[in-house]
Design a protein. Sequence first.
Length: 119
Amino acid sequence: QVQLVESGGGLVQAGGSLRVSCAASGRTFSIYTIAWFRRAPGKEREAVATIQWDDDSTYYAESVKGRFTISKDLAKNTVNLQMNSLKPEDTAVYYCAARDYRRTDFSSWGQGTQVTVHS
C-alpha cells in the first residue's frame, strides 16, 4: 500500500499562485501514476493533472492547462502541483491519488487540502 500526504494549499486572491505537494511513502516502487483531483462544493470530483512515475508524461484538464504544472521529485517521493493565475472556480479540496501498476484505478488517496481563491 502507498500512503499519501498532501500539504500546501490555503487562501489566495484571484490571479495569485499556490503550490500543493503530495508526499508518498510505503510501496512507492509500485506507483504507476500520481494524479491530482479536486472536488468543489456541489460538483463532481475532477481529475486536474496526472504524471507518470517512470517517465515525464503528464496530463492536464482543459480547465487548468497553461496555468497549472505538475512535477515530481523522485528523490523525495514527492509530486507537486504549481497553480498560477488562480481563479475563484479553482476553489476546491485538492486530493492526490496513486495508481498501482497492477491496477486500473487510483487505490491510494491522501486526506485532501483546501484551496480557496477569493475575488
